[in-house]
Design a protein around this ligand. Sequence first.
Ligand code: ATP
Ligand code: MG
Length: 558
Amino acid sequence: MEPAEGNIKSLNFIEAIIEEDLKNGKHKDKIHFRFPPEPNGFLHIGHAKSICLNFGLAEKYNGLCNLRFDDTNPTKEETKYVESIQEDIQWLGFKWHDKPYYASDYFDQLYEWAVQMINEGKAYVDEQTQETISQQRGVPTRPGTESPYRNRPVEENLELFERMKNGEIKDGSMILRAKVDMSSPNMHMRDPIMYRVLHAHHHRTKDKWNIYPMYDYAHGQSDYIEGITHSLCTLEFEIHRPLYDWFLDQVADGPRPRQIEFARLNLSYTVMSKRKLLELVNKNLVSGWDDPRMPTISGLRRRGYTPESIRDFADRIGIAKRDNVIDVSLLEFSVREHLNRIAPRVFGVLDPIKVILTNYPEDKVEVLEIENNPEDPESGKRKIPFSREVYIEREDFMENPPKKFFRLGPGSEVRLKGAYIIKCEDFKKDEQGNIVEIYCTYDEATKSGGHDQRKVKGTLHWVSVDHAIDAEIRLYDRLFLDEDPAGHKDVDFKEFLNPDSLKVLQNCKLEPSLKDAVAGDKFQFQRLGYFCVDLDSKPEHLVFNRTVPLRDSWTKNN
Ligand code: ATP
Ligand code: MG
């Protein structure tokens, strides 16, 4: 189902801006983007949207895209996050320009500019309490109150700022503020904070700094230092744009970056804030950042998503100027669509019951050839052993089947895929009344590919008992039962966790060709869905994750 409209897709509004700029010769050099994650957690599918946008535009317009760690918040940031972020971007298939950059590399320059702003009367040290400062900021409809320190002499500001830097000032007792406009209707312009005192160890600059710049100050200046032309961010920063530009006004005397806002990705049945995801990890409500139920890139990877499917998803949702919510089934659709094209078909039985073919010779083993992937003519065939005893899915047999049950029941016929038509003659129950064995006869004349291709309604997957290999299979469902778990004012998002989001099945039976499958390998288990080998898998204990069922069961049942 390749979208034919792909070729005639109209430009999104950011592409339209870029093409206009290029037409007018606005940029002398290559256009330049950046992806600026804060290394305080693993990346999620929302970040993937931003990555596909920034790196994708750089590819499309022969530009560049930097990876810049926005590491201005040392108490929450860690090297392990820096590493996972790089891994995820590369896995998605993107390359950053040059080497990874860090906002912390610019701390000296940012400090110098702050000193310059003090000298020009554009910044001052405030030593009021946080509470007083926020009271003075007032409300948008009325001007705020100027700080009594606002007009401190330059010399005094310089000396205090230096002492803040040198570690002589207690955390939280002084800040450096930009002197902008306390009566601006835009609250962000009411003398925003540029620096705070923080005696914290930084994962890169170690103990060099006792002050750290605020995001609003550091971000735009970092864009400027790196020669970014288009600084793309999510809509909540629109209101920060005048401040972004104001900070640039103080230092820029060359080409300046332009901030453009787009709608963030919101997904139904999903929480996306890193703080909430961290909480799930810390409270052991999931097995880690890469738990296959997490909306993180590493979780999706482990679940069996492909980079292509995530890029395709980003493409489908597009770029808009207004916030909206995307149905998570669209993400599932994208991965199903890709796996349908690339995943070899195999047989696996999740809940096995034994079928004995009473008229099949006891020691005979036939090796049948079965197509690997009808969607991929290059994929060839594989060999599967067939013998007198096979496993089928327990739910494919019913003792008293309803009318339209086209699977196995007393007296009925089905085809074992790639093999023969079999007929159920009898079955055995244990003392509890559970069916333990089914007795069938097979019709030799109906071998797949043979001359007698009479049709029956049902076709079942199967695995030869003697040749089957055991596996653990993990079935996942949505992590949350509510469409908008984080959107309830009085109920914590964790209340909506789905208690059945993980089901672990042991002793599933797989065809022997899966014996050497290794972590990350992907398959379609016929009739059941797409599965991939989990990181926990070992040759002596295979573990598979179900990525998605073949069909979207949620949309249908709801
Ligand atoms: P979170 O809200 O999950 O903590 P964040 O915005 O704080 O995310 P950053 O590391 O600052 O995380 O984000 C890096 C980049 O990814 C930013 O440019 C941000 O705009 C973008 N981004 C984050 N979340 C989304 C999202 N849901 N959709 C699109 N872009 C996003
Ligand atoms: Mg952020």
